[in-house]
Design a protein around this ligand. Structure first.
Ligand code: NDP
Length: 246
């Protein structure tokens, strides 16, 4: 039996993309998985079915991470179903790009609501409820560091996520809980690919000395390390998983 058996991981935004890959990876590592999603219930249900066919345990939980009451209910449901929560992966995120001179209020507010307020909501619940031995892994982005044009609001929300990672690691002194961030580079998901011309995708793909686009499974592997026994001594760190772009 794996060391992770009987441990419960909540993964936000797990219906597709990087979150779905993290869910499959952590299920393979032995964790029971709470699959959070915003709207795509059929994707979440299909992922749950795949994991359960492989012998895993899941719960699907619709909740907008920006809604504090909904996040409280999601933790309640996880505790009621499985007895507690050990791991939180803050993966849900949105990206809306525009130069600061042109960015509109809806684009600003939606990214702050999901990427920043959403992470605050889940971190607050996790700080109150995670069991000893727990792990928190926040998804940042390598644009914190690269700072390309048009990414100002998005990068600002992710810089905030990194700041909270460092602070919460210290606040949880004595609880035996680590808090880290994983900062992917360009990764083949809808968030990265949608709306980008092929030449832009090729340019960003070739930024990495490893000369390929990141795959969701590359990011899931880094999260698996931090969530599992081998990651136990890593705390308050940001791990860039980006093929070497920065
Ligand atoms: P996708 O757009 O492919 O998937 C986003 C996921 O987040 C979906 O499961 C979606 O749910 C969920 N989601 C969106 N809004 C909310 C919300 N308000 N409440 C709950 N869930 C929500 O994104 P990626 O997989 O690419 O990104 C995952 C994370 O990785 C994000 O934090 C992103 O910023 C970060 N990242 C991604 C990079 C990339 O190149 N792809 C690079 C660097 C960082 P639903 O399906 O229900 O809509």
């Amino acid at each position: 039996m794996s060391e992770n058996s009987n441990k419960v991981a909540i993964i936000t935004g797990a219906s597709r993309g990087i979150g779905a890959a993290i869910a499959e990876r952590l299920a393979g590592d032995g964790f029971t998985i709470v699959i959070n999603y915003a709207g795509k219930s059929s994707e979440a249900a299909a992922l749950a079915a795949r994991i359960e066919q492989g012998g895993g345990r899941t719960l699907t939980a619709q909740a907008d991470v920006g809604d504090p009451a909904a996040i409280g209910r999601m933790f309640d449901a996880a505790e009621a179903a499985f007895g507690g929560v050990d791991v939180l992966v803050n993966n849900a995120g949105i990206m809306r790009l525009a130069p600061l001179s042109e960015v509109n209020d809806a684009v600003i507010d939606s990214q702050i609501a999901v990427n920043l307020r959403g992470v605050i909501n889940t971190l607050r619940e996790a700080a109150r409820r995670l069991r000893s031995g727990g792990r928190i892994i926040n998804l940042s982005s390598s644009v914190v560091g690269l700072y390309p044009p048009t990414y100002a609001v998005y990068a600002a929300t992710k810089a905030g996520v990194e700041a909270m990672t460092h602070v919460l690691a210290k606040e949880l002194r004595g609880r035996n809980i680590t808090v880290n961030a994983v900062a992917p580079g360009p990764t083949a998901t809808a968030l990265f690919l949608d709306g980008k011309p092929q030449e832009v995708i090729e340019h960003l793909t070739n930024l990495a000395p490893l000369e390929r686009l990141g795959q969701p499974q590359d990011i899931a592997a880094a999260v698996s390390f931090l969530a599992g026994p081998d990651g136990a001594w890593v705390n308050g760190q940001v791990l860039r998983a980006n093929g070497g772009i920065i």
